[in-house]
Design a protein around this ligand. Structure first.
Ligand SMILES: [Zn+2]
Ligand SMILES: [Zn+2]
Length: 268
């Protein structure tokens, strides 16, 4: 199994990186995680193989912050004529009715057509614990962010944990997977972190620090850590320093560009 990185940054896109989106072909199905601006990369020729022959397409949402859902508006252009199942967290996980939340995003005056008018889209909430989807076991657990987000584990292949504070239970959730995609919003060892204006640093409490993420990856015994949901206020040299800091703790760490394809056995 492979995961294609379609959007590796948080909050706002940069000229190199789109906001959060990942895709994986699991047999005849295409699994997409989050619908940030990176969703548009499915239109790139390099990603055609992801869609070719995909019998069904599943989009899993971690939470409803706009950097993770703005791509919902792109669906008619990115996946024309395709049916799509949206898997959003059930209300028991985050206190939010998924139907209301998704319909609220795809609704006039924010979208040219209302959710009820859109054809080919179906909502199937995911619950805490194991969900059987397209012949795969997709495990879900709630995480603490500024709101609740959820982490996903697909079989024993990979875990996606974004928009979360460091949570030791993520190590348990990710135990033994080949690939851990985990957010790394900042690097405490980098002086540029402290130079960020105080009002922006306040938001760091809802996110994860790179060294702590690496410790978590080591505790979980994953094959490879790919830090993502990088902070767009910084540049590629900051991300390189973040990677170095994480590698000092967990050597199998790679900050990768948008478009990279990662083997879930822990190799590129
Ligand atoms: Zn985000
Ligand atoms: Zn968020």
């Amino acid at each position: 199994m492979h995961v294609t990185l379609l959007g590796t940054i948080g909050w706002m896109p940069s000229d190199r990186r789109e906001t959060t989106c990942f895709a994986s072909r699991v047999g005849d199905s295409l699994f997409i995680f989050d619908a940030g601006t990176g969703l548009r990369r499915l239109r790139e020729p390099a990603q055609a193989a992801l869609l070719d022959g995909a019998r069904d397409i599943h989009l899993f949402l971690t939470h409803y912050h706009l950097d993770h859902v703005c791509g919902l508006a792109y669906l008619p252009g990115v996946l024309p004529g395709r049916e799509l199942v949206i898997h959003a967290p059930a209300a028991e996980l985050n206190g939010v009715d998924p139907e209301r939340a998704v319909a609220g995003l795809l609704h006039r005056p924010y979208n040219p057509r209302d959710w009820e008018e859109l054809t080919g889209l179906r909502l199937e909430p995911v619950v805490a614990g194991a969900n059987e989807i397209a012949g795969h076991t997709v495990r879900v657990r709630p995480q603490h962010h500024s709101d609740v987000s959820v982490a996903y584990r697909v079989d024993d292949a990979f875990v996606l944990a974004t928009d979360t504070r460091i949570d030791p239970q993520t190590a348990e959730f990710a135990a033994g997977v080949g690939l851990l995609l985990h957010e790394a919003w900042y690097n405490a060892a980098d002086p540029r972190t402290e130079a960020t204006p105080a009002e922006l640093r306040a938001g760091y409490a809802a996110h994860s620090e790179a060294g702590a993420v690496a410790t978590l990856a080591a505790d979980a015994g994953v094959g490879r850590l790919v830090p993502m949901h990088l902070n767009p206020l910084h540049d590629e040299s900051y991300y390189a320093a973040l990677e170095a800091a994480a590698r000092a703790v967990f050597p199998h760490t790679d900050v990768l560009p948008d478009g990279a394809v990662v083997d879930t056995k822990g190799t590129i």
